[in-house]
Design a protein around this ligand. Structure first.
Ligand code: GDP
Ligand code: MG
Length: 707
């Protein structure tokens, strides 16, 4: 019969890596909690078994959605076996989950992972002793190197017996027996101990099972708490840790003595230092952008734009289509519409590829986890939890999973605020916009990218302060305990696979969705309302539409050019469209003929400060529709989602206005009515930030309405 096997373990213990080893399927190897939120399945062909990858968790308490998903799967879906992955470099913490899993009475095999790192440290682990103490099979493996996988599969194949739970103190075992007697018959026999321990911890699920007899059980627990002089759940937790501590110290044969610093600890002393942490982070990010945007990636982008597209793809396609007598209008559609748009987007591919590669290395080495840790200190000062930083970190790839990751935050207030602010941090689709602005006006400076992230994080922090004053969003930030996994040399195969999968999704989107949008943009820009071809693009339907709304953005410095407005609006479909639209409207395909690149055309239209204001508006304003949909799922209603989008766009407008107007005043000394208005806006923002209860009036109104 086909076995079902559940993979369970702490975040970052190597679950995904092992899953890939066991099943041979390739997946993203991420490095922070929250990535593996959905369920993945695969097959072990050799022994005809199905593996289910459960979300990474620290315990089976029902506090986070991951914990609930994992607990419910183990509890109700009756897997034949649990493979519990334990990070051997961090046994004390990992075995806490193990102790809870063993209570469930499901046959268990412990995969003691990262044995390569343990060996490097010079530590030895008595695996047989560990197996005896824990009452289940233990196999030492290195998922990264593929060591011990065959033994693990063998152990999986032959394991059938129920494990022995880790025993607690005599008093605790006594009250667990008492509760078990009450529970017997209402829950499956093999889950009896698990439910009894949970009831002892006053878990609502267990209380429900006990039903009418709860009063009796409650008396047992109170007597026990009185005797031990503590809360039952703290007693259970500390006894678990005590038993684990004993196990660990008896199986660790040699190596480092407690208190001695590992290399990881030493690096962390500097990297997570109160004063040095942020400057080091900024320095590392500067280097990353310097390599990807300014130098290596930038050279690649120049080549792809100036040679690959301008000299090869575009003229080649054009002359080919002409040679086979394709209708000139169709040629124009393909070359000036589809190719120009997609080419403008794909031109940035080398920069994106280098950037993705460097970011994956930072993730897999464990550095990103440090950043979350450093940012927690900053976030706390602004009344936000460091937990909010994990969605932001994921959001640097794509806002949609970023927003979804906010689900791991327990506090409803933090969760909502995070879902509303995640997209302020530039996602990978916004990177080409950053690279375009940096290239057109600022000599490809890496500082533009750094400033974009800085502004994004600042917008999150400012919003944290502002939004938590909103009547329905007050409360305290939730606790954040981030453990720091040891640093690791990232596996080159995993890194390349992971970077390639991001590159591929960028290419795929450009070739499908963006191409379609560019085709529509071309159509609207080539014809007028009577569907006659226009000579001057300024007579086109698109120009008409753009001109109807573009005045809104005149105070931001770029509203005089309708193309910028159209780019911003098509950007709502997907942010890459800003670039694709520019490619179509500014004649990316003509570069070969005229020798004029769209960068220099754009740069000649408005001032650098207006270009920067355009960038900031596009970074902060309403995100793409996919992200708005994700926000709707997290916020619950369209009304709240509408309010969030309105907030984002208002903030974007205000910040861009201030940047453009004050910047213009400082650089060019120009003062006008909008300069005065921007000062007023800045003062209003400052008031909302500083005042204790800026929305008091609103509170009164809503109180009246509810009464
Ligand atoms: P998950 O969060 O549990 O799915 O963990 P991952 O599979 O994403 O692994 C987290 C990190 O640990 C990655 O950088 C892996 O390359 C690394 N890793 C996984 N297994 C091992 C191992 O056996 N040895 C070492 N040194 N690193 C590993
Ligand atoms: Mg994983």
């Amino acid at each position: 019969m086909r076995k079902t096997i559940a993979l369970a373990g702490n975040p970052n213990c190597g679950k995904t890596t092992l899953f890939n080893q066991l099943t041979g399927s390739s997946q993203k190897v991420g490095n922070w909690p929250g990535v593996t939120i959905d369920r993945k399945e695969g097959e072990i062909k050799k022994i005809d078994a199905i593996v289910v990858d459960l979300p990474g968790i620290y315990s089976l308490s029902p506090y986070s959605p991951e914990e609930i998903v994992s607990r419910d799967y183990l509890l109700y879906d009756n897997p034949d076996l649990v493979v519990n992955i334990v990070d051997a470099t961090n046994m004390e913490r990992n075995l806490y989950l193990t102790s809870q899993i063993l209570d469930m009475g499901i046959p268990t095999v412990i995969a003691l992972n990262m044995m390569d790192a343990v060996e490097k440290e010079g530590t030895e682990i008595d695996i047989e002793g560990m197996s005896r103490l824990l009452g289940c099979k233990v196999v030492g493996i290195s998922a990264l190197r593929g060591d011990g996988i065959d033994e693990l599969i063998e152990a999986i194949d032959s394991a059938e017996e129920k494990p022995n739970p880790i025993a607690l103190s005599n008093n605790s075992e006594k009250v667990i027996r008492q509760i078990s007697e009450v529970l017997r018959g209402t829950v499956p026999d093999e889950r009896l101990r698990w439910y009894a321990v949970k009831a002892l911890e006053r878990d609502s699920l267990a209380i429900e099972k006990i039903g009418d007899s709860w009063n009796q059980v409650s008396e047992f627990i109170e007597a026990y708490e009185k005797a031990e002089d503590d809360d039952s759940d703290s007693i259970v937790a500390s006894e678990r840790y005590e038993a684990i501590g004993k196990t660990v110290s008896s199986v660790l044969k040699s190596g480092r003595t407690p208190g001695e610093y590992t290399i990881s600890d030493k690096i962390d002393k500097i990297v997570t230092n109160k004063w040095l942490g942020l400057p080091i982070f900024a320095g590392i990010m500067f280097i990353v952008y310097y390599i990807s945007i300014t130098t290596i990636g930038g050279w690649g982008t120049d080549w792809v734009n100036d040679v690959f597209f301008a000299e090869m793809v575009i003229p080649g396609t054009e002359s080919y289509l002409e040679s086979i007598n394709v209708d000139p209008l169709l040629v124009a559609f393909v070359v000036d519409g589809l190719l120009a748009g997609v080419g403008a987007v794909l031109g940035f591919l080398p920069q994106m590829a280098v950037l993705f590669l460097l970011l994956v290395i930072l993730e897999d080495s464990g550095y990103m986890a440090r950043i979350a840790f450093i940012m927690d200190r900053v976030f706390r000062k602004f009344g936000l939890s460091g937990k909010s930083f994990i969605p932001l970190l994921i959001g640097t790839g794509c806002g949609v999973p970023g927003i979804m990751a906010s689900r791991t935050i327990e506090s409803e207030r933090d969760r909502k605020i995070t879902a509303m602010t995640t997209t302020f941090v530039p996602c990978s689709a916004k990177l080409p916009i950053i690279a375009l602005i940096a290239g057109a006006w600022f000599d490809k400076s890496a500082l533009i990218a750094l400033a974009s992230y800085f502004i994004g994080i600042l917008a999150v922090l400012i919003s944290g302060i502002i939004l938590k004053k909103w009547p329905s969003l007050t409360g305290l930030p939730s606790e954040f305990i981030m453990e720091l996994p040891p640093y690791r040399t990232p596996g080159p195969v995993a890194v390349i696979k992971s970077a390639l999968s991001r590159v591929w999704s960028f290419v795929r989107k450009a070739g499908t969705f963006i191409m379609l949008a560019c085709g529509i943009v071309w159509f609207l820009s080539a014809f007028d309302w009577s569907l006659a071809l226009v000579d001057d693009i300024n007579d086109s339907m698109l120009a008409n539409l753009g001109n109807a709304v573009t005045w809104i953005f005149i105070p931001l410095g770029w509203g005089s050019e309708w193309q910028f407005t159209v780019g911003t609006i098509t950007g709502l479909l997907a942010k890459e469209n800003v670039i694709g639209t520019f490619g179509v409207l500014f004649g990316y395909a003509d570069v070969a003929e005229t020798g004029v690149e769209i960068w220099s055309i754009i740069a000649s239209m408005v001032t650098p400060i207006a270009g920067f204001s355009f960038l900031v508006f596009n970074l902060l304003c309403a995100p793409c529709f996919a992200a708005i949909g994700a926000m709707r799922r997290e916020l619950g209603t369209w009304k709240a989602t509408g309010a969030a989008v309105l907030y984002q766009t208002t903030l974007a407008y205000s910040v861009s206005l201030i940047i453009y107007q004050i910047g213009t005043l400082l650089i060019y000394g120009t003062f006008g009515i909008w300069t005065a208005i921007s000062v007023l806006v800045a003062m209003t923002m400052a008031y909302v930030l500083i005042s204790k209860d800026p929305f008091g009036q609103y509170r009164k109104q809503s109180a009246e309405v509810t009464i």
